[in-house]
Ligand binder design. Structure first.
Ligand code: FMN
Length: 208
């Protein structure tokens, strides 16, 4: 059974982002896709300190929700990242979480399907959406899309429930994501995963 992991970056477990993710979860159930929702919550999440310890340990040196979530991400065929907009960006604890989750894990993320979902009251949604999508596109993860950018509007979950187009966007996104996951699984069987080259690591134009 296909599996999707959903992350809610909001400290508000029953807020706007949760309402958007719940709408997706309903569709995933209809589509026969298993889901697991991880709340980043309101506990402190520290940022990456670039110590390189994960390269030796195979996990982050800070043993918290990041390390707990890593095996769930590894087992998932798709990842949905949901975030409220804080000053035109995804919320800070989510960004700290994602930097450490993506940097400290070496399992292949290649061809896991990604989708970002943002919730704002008024603005800053598309900038936040762009930031989240970059975690996928640097990791070989195809990005699922919908009938509009994946956003809902509101200050409370009740507001989001009135955002009919936002909810429609979430439902279409979940259907498209389910389809992509199934299509990729079939293609993997038929052709195998595309080859990945990793020999070059150039920080300077002369390659040294
Ligand atoms: C610190 C902070 C900064 C915010 N900045 C923005 C913003 O830049 N633009 C906006 O439209 N809403 C902003 N908001 C409102 C939230 O993004 C919005 O209410 C969102 O839907 C809340 O989602 P949640 O209930 O899942 O946390 C901000 C809220 C907080 C707490």
């Amino acid at each position: 059974m296909a599996k999707v992991l959903l992350l809610n970056g909001s400290p508000r477990a029953k807020g706007c982002t949760a309402a958007a993710l719940e709408e997706m979860i309903r569709v995933f159930r209809e589509e026969g896709v298993e889901t697991e929702l991880v709340q980043i919550g309101s506990k402190p999440v520290r940022g990456c300190i670039a110590c390189g310890g994960c390269g030796k340990l195979g996990r982050c040196v800070f043993d918290d929700l990041v390390n707990e979530t890593a095996p769930k991400f590894e087992a998932a065929d798709g990842l949905v990242i949901g975030s409220p907009v804080y000053y035109g960006s995804p919320n800070g604890s989510l960004l700290s979480f994602l930097d450490r989750l993506f940097y400290s894990t070496s399992f292949p993320k290649h061809m896991k399907v990604g989708a970002a979902v943002v919730s704002c009251r008024r603005g800053g949604n598309t900038a936040s959406f762009d930031v989240l999508n970059k975690y996928f596109t640097i990791s070989g993860m195809p990005v699922a899309s919908s009938t509009y950018w994946n956003q809902v509007h509101g200050f409370s979950a009740e507001d989001v429930r009135k955002d009919l187009e936002g909810l429609q966007t979430m439902r279409n996104l979940a259907r498209n994501m389910s389809f992509l996951i199934r299509a990729i699984a079939e293609a993997k069987e038929k052709y195998g995963l595309p080859r990945v080259e990793r020999g070059s690591f150039t920080s300077f134009p002369d390659g040294k």
